[in-house]
Design a binder for this molecule. Structure first.
Ligand code: ADP
Ligand code: MG
Length: 239
């Protein structure tokens, strides 16, 4: 499918006199995975926030399936979009309840989501009824992220947003979680990252390069690398 699901139209955002996003304009098609990359302070988190928190104090628009997200009810926006944060909120409840958020689902549905979120190993080792501990202290950082992914899949969200979700994880786990997000099918993803890893960057349908709140460049990893512009300079600096 190549129908747009997310359309960001001439989006600008200021905090006081500080312009943080300038005329940001892009489209994400159904099922695609888009990467947002840029230096610290370039506006990545602000952009991602505007994709799930409607803000009247902007110019431009964010549309989901052609509808301005400011016209969606909080409930429909919440069911449409899931966000994987750096700190996943985990209840001191069972692994099952943390995935289902205390709702009932058929076991097959739950099993399928556990498989897609790569939680089989945890579930095989500890069992679905094992308690996660206060703030999820019985789980590793990677397992918490996978629980957040599982929640999104169970909600059947159309859109998954991740803002440096893996930044607090060790490099190997961060790589694995990013790969898990990249390999999901049937869900549109926008991933903010500062990790310039070719093997991951190659997997994105499109990379948006932010510089001082503007989209400086867009393209696939191969296109950007070949262009020899801002992204390419950033990539070379990091290697
Ligand atoms: P990034 O995620 O790329 O590091 P951010 O979107 O967090 O960038 O921030 C972009 C700029 O916007 C920064 O200069 C930051 O200080 C500023 N900024 C972000 N949020 C706020 C806010 N709530 N109030 C004032 N300035 C903000
Ligand atoms: Mg940020």
């Amino acid at each position: 499918m190549s129908e747009p699901i997310i359309e960001v139209r001439h989006l600008s955002k200021s905090f006081g006199t500080h312009v943080v996003l300038r005329d940001v304009d892009f489209t994400v098609n159904h099922g695609d995975v888009t990467c947002v990359i840029g230096a610290s302070g370039s506006g990545k988190s602000t952009l991602l926030r505007l994709l799930h928190i409607p803000d009247d104090n902007t110019s431009g628009q964010v549309l989901f399936d052609g509808i301005d997200i400011r016209r969606l009810t909080p409930e429909s926006l919440n069911s449409l979009v899931s966000v994987v944060q750096q700190n996943v909120f985990v209840f001191n409840a069972s692994i099952r309840d943390n995935i289902t958020m205390f709702r009932a689902f058929p076991q097959e549905t739950l099993d399928e989501v556990i498989r897609r979120a790569h939680l089989e190993e945890l579930v095989a080792r500890r069992g679905l009824d094992a308690l996660c501990g206060e703030g999820g202290c019985e789980l590793s950082g990677g397992e918490k992220q996978r629980i957040a992914i599982a929640r999104a899949l169970l909600k059947q969200s159309s859109i998954l947003l991740a803002d440096e979700a893996t930044a607090a994880l060790d490099a190997q786990t961060a790589h694995e979680i990013t790969q898990d997000i990249l390999s999901l099918t049937g869900i549109t993803r926008v991933v903010v990252t500062h990790r310039l890893e070719a093997s991951l960057l190659e997997c994105y349908d499109e990379i948006l390069v932010l510089k001082d709140g503007r989209i400086a460049e867009t393209g696939t990893f191969a296109e950007l690398a070949q262009r020899g512009g801002y992204f390419s300079a950033m990539y070379k600096l990091a290697h």
